[in-house]
Design a binder for this molecule. Sequence first.
Ligand code: BES
Ligand code: MN
Ligand code: ZN
Length: 496
Amino acid sequence: MKIEFEAKPLEQIDINTLVAYGFENAPGASGTVELLDDDLRSVIAEMNADRELTGKNYECTLIHRPTGLAAQKLLVIGAGKKSKFDEHHLRRLAGAAARHLRARGIREFAWLVDAAALEGYGVQAITEGLIIADYDADRYRTEKDGEKRIERVVLATDGAVPGPAAEAGLTEGRIIAEAQNFTRELVNEPSNTMTPGILARRAEEMAGEYGLECQILGTDEIREMKMGAFWGVAQGSSEPPRLIVIRYVHAEAPDSPVIGIVGKGITFDSGGISIKPAENMHEMKTDMAGAAAMLGVMRALAQIKPRAHVIAIIPAAENMPGGRSYRPGDVLTSMSGKTIEILNTDAEGRLVLADAITYAKQIGCDVLIDAATLTGAVMIALGNSCTGVFGWSQEWVNRILASADAAGERMWQLPVDDDYREQYKSLVADLANTGGRYGGAITGAMFIGEFAGDTPWVHLDIAGTRWTNEEKPYLAKGPTGAAVRTLVHLLTHLEP
Ligand code: BES
Ligand code: MN
Ligand code: ZN
């Protein structure tokens, strides 16, 4: 999608459709509708009086042959309550307009940008909203929604010349939204086209394209390094595991912190011998969403080039039942030396992450952030629109929460506390890999934290947010790319 500024006066913007938004209380005299000429605004006010146009959230009304404009049509989109309006709502509005128009065969339109949006974070939000909205999970459909994709959007400023902040917003918004869509593409791949080996190849290709250093370790290295927990999960599949390591370094960044971003890369989670029920098992192709998020983050960092050192570490494996699978009751020795009794082979994510975290510390990471589709329990706690955040380091938890706020992603902290440790004690080993039904998201998180030790660590449980089965006006059904924008924000704003 091409997105470009046009600083011409509005009436000269020669395009099929121009989009403006207005608020619920006065859709004819608020929002960017205010920038339209008096006659046009009185038409909108009249439609409002007739209840044809209300300004309610995402309501779309097309007005043909709008007076005083070169555009053939004007789309007025409702912006809801003015008191609730911010750049995050602006992101969604732009997305909703794009999806509405594209469904009607319009592939080119102008989005009206007011002075406020030109100054702050507005242009970035609009750009992100447009690109995120234009994605559909249609790669394997012969009849594609993509045939209706948007080709070009003009950001019409009505004569105002976009300053450096606006130009930067356009550039960064594009990088971040494309990274998020890249993550969504990976998550959407079924497990037959997204094995650990293929995930590693995709990571290598991405790293090559953006000049990142990439290292892929296979079965022999994983076993030689005594990653017994990782290998325990991987051994049941005929698809060999991979450990993917990608480095982003900046010559002028301080030596510390080196931030390790660790993503759960289970390319299919059948549950193993503790097999899952058939219903919805197909959704477990998305159990590498944490890995995909970290690859998206690295892709964005390579382009934005912040002063930081970041290493992505991705343990990729398939969790399968079979004659070579690990069993309930087995005791695995992790890379750290800690032994783990397996009570449920479906609690595999924490096992692969345990060794990945030990490895991350060994190669010099002094802050750890992991993203994982770890537990069904986090979905019970927080539902599908909010990521669970866990960690002993309140400082880093706060940084994540602040970045989530800034990037427009919903995240919520859940507690970690020594009291819960009792739940995953084992009679025969140092730890058990499950902690029972109650507080399942917490004990899962804390199990991983046992391997982080004193290193500042934050865990993001994206099991609920990785995918949406509900279509939104601004977002297609399917993979969401959760956590990408938050982590990119964090890692590009480390310097005070
Ligand atoms: N990958 C699943 C968690 C999951 C569930 C992700 C639903 C996305 C949607 C994870 O490996 C798992 O199976 N967790 C178990 C843990 C339990 C056995 C302690 C769970 O949540 O039931
Ligand atoms: Mn599982
Ligand atoms: Zn899993």
